[in-house]
Design a protein around this ligand. Structure first.
Ligand code: TXE
Length: 496
């Protein structure tokens, strides 16, 4: 398959004709040839987005009309569910049912924000009491402008849509740069958007490499806001680029999410949520349940149960029936995880199961689901995001100790607590420094609910109303009743 850029309502190659190949992670064969946008393509795309925004062709469209186009995009996604899911599985390696969830969620996300602006269309601007009746002061909310969206490879289409749907709903125009590892579904999304009636220039796609296309996009002075999901290291660069010109950023970065298991919970349920939390999407999840803290009374029992169930996980090519764990997205990520696993074996931690390639797989970037217990708290596997199917366990004795261990991380995206004592769950949830806390579950994510992290896990929130407001500027408009006197000019001054 070959892809093109989508700029100002037209598909075409990169200015210099450059392309790069992507690899099917299950077979290691070349899967697609992707247009590799450079600085001049980014410039064309940003200028198109700028023109479209400044013309008001999209932002001034009545909200109900914007909503109907968003709904058409949602329908286009749903109509192509099978194609998009299979592409996502092929590109990223994830099991097909998980790809289907992503694509369904993406369609729903457009529906959700369409509904939000249909509701808001009836709302007037908001009046504020400024304590002086001569003034009529109001808040108007306006789209932030041209948005640069830079997205990762773990949920290639969904992470793009988490930005596009609310930004379009708000009236912004966009340049999207998906991850070079998985660009295919974003390309298909451009084809869907192209037929949905969005005015040209409102949505632009520049596929390309991070250090070239991504860096050119974040450096472009006509971009008003950068919405980024990816690594902490690149997030820092994005923030630095945005500081020139003082532009707004929202960052959704990594995590090392703790899962606290108290001894009054049902172990089987805890095991199921831990497994889902770390092996779903191959552990390539920013909120993955990667650090499990277990009360010492049930620690050994839980490890034994977790080992048994983990060894039953069906590993394979994502579109094979019943597969629960596909290959790692790409060689670069596979090599990173294999390096971490090798160092982990000498870190003092105990390897419970996995720890390398699963037997029977000669090709493809497959890694066995892996468990380490008694992990030293300064070990790389305990402190660093792995972004793979690797879970670390430790035990604790008291609630206070569990909370201290959970919060002892530079990250703060998500956390989970399991206990049949709901008062305890709430007490612990209140003390966890994380943007999302799950009680008696792990990972369920709702379009309606805000998503984002504390500490190094990011800035701002996606999804829910917060995810929409992230694409709005707040303007104060204050009108003076000019039949009244202000009195400053006429005020009697000191006599000469
Ligand atoms: O991320 P990058 P990578 C974490 C995860 C993973 C690690 C590395 O731990 O192992 O990051 O993954 C674009 N200017 N997460 O290298 O580099 C890049 O092209 C502007 C967590 O893939 O952050 C891609 O589109 N953009 C995460 C996007 O940034 C640049 C999801 C993300 O890539 C750029 C992914 C630059 N200089 C990885 N350099 C999560 N929070 O879910 C790269 N990019």
């Amino acid at each position: 398959m070959r892809t093109q850029l989508y700029i100002d309502g037209s598909f075409g190659p990169a200015d210099n004709g450059a392309t790069f190949e992507t690899i099917d992670p299950a077979t290691e064969n070349v899967f697609s040839e992707v247009a590799s946008g450079g600085a001049s393509d980014v410039d064309r795309a940003v200028l198109a987005a700028r023109r479209a925004f400044d013309s008001g062709i999209w932002s001034n469209l009545p909200a109900l009309e914007r909503a109907s186009i968003l709904r058409r995009i949602a329908k286009g996604i749903t109509d192509n569910l099978e194609l998009l899911s299979r592409l996502e599985t092929r590109d990223n390696g994830k099991p097909l049912p998980e790809a289907q969830w992503d694509i369904e969620d993406a369609a729903y996300c457009f529906e959700f924000y369409a509904k939000m602006i249909e509701g808001d269309a009836k709302a007037d601007s908001q009046a504020i009491d400024v304590g002086d009746i001569r003034f009529d002061s109001r808040i108007w909310q306006e789209p932030v402008g041209v948005v640069a969206a830079i997205t990762p490879w773990n949920f290639p289409m969904l992470m793009a849509v988490w930005k596009l749907a609310p930004a379009l709903a708000a009236g912004c125009t966009i340049v999207l740069k998906p991850s070079e590892l998985c660009s295919m579904t974003c390309y298909e999304l451009a084809r869907i958007v192209d037929t949905a009636g969005l005015p040209k220039g409102v949505f632009n796609l520049v596929t390309g490499l991070g250090p070239t296309a991504g860096a050119a996009l974040t450096a472009h002075r006509l971009v008003d806001k950068i919405a980024f999901t990816g690594s902490v290291a690149t997030g820092g660069k994005v923030m630095q680029a945005a500081s020139a010109g003082i532009r707004t950023v929202s960052l959704e970065l990594g995590g090392k999410s703790p899962f606290i298991v108290f001894d009054d919970c049902q172990i089987d349920k805890a095991v199921e949520w831990i497994m889902f939390g770390i092996f779903w999407n191959k552990g390539e999840v920013c909120s993955a349940t990667s650090r499990v803290l277990v009360h010492h009374r049930i620690y050994q029992k839980l490890i034994a149960r977790l080992k048994k169930e983990t060894e039953r996980i069906s590993i394979g090519v994502g579109d094979q029936e019943g597969v629960k764990l596909g290959p790692i997205v790409a060689k670069v990520q596979y090599d990173k995880i294999m390096g971490i696993l090798e160092r982990a074996k000498n870190s003092g931690a105990s390897l419970v199961t996995g720890g390398g390639r699963p037997t029977g797989f000669d090709s493809g970037f497959f890694i066995a689901p892996s468990i380490f217990s008694d992990v030293p708290r300064d070990a790389e596997i305990w402190t660093e995001e792995i972004f793979g199917p690797v879970v670390c366990l430790n035990s604790f004795e008291t609630e206070a100790e569990a909370i201290e261990m959970a919060n002892d991380s530079p990250f703060g995206l998500a956390a989970a607590v399991m206990s049949d004592d709901l008062d305890r769950c709430d007490r612990v949830a209140a003390k966890l420094r994380a943007g999302v806390v799950w009680i008696n579950c792990s990972q369920p994510t709702f379009t309606q609910a805000p998503w984002g992290g504390y500490k190094s896990s990011g800035i701002g929130r996606e999804l829910g109303r917060a995810g929409y407001e992230a694409y709005l500027e707040t303007k104060q408009v204050t009108r003076f009743d000019h039949t009244e006197d202000w009195g400053w000019y006429q005020a009697p001054g000191p006599s000469k």
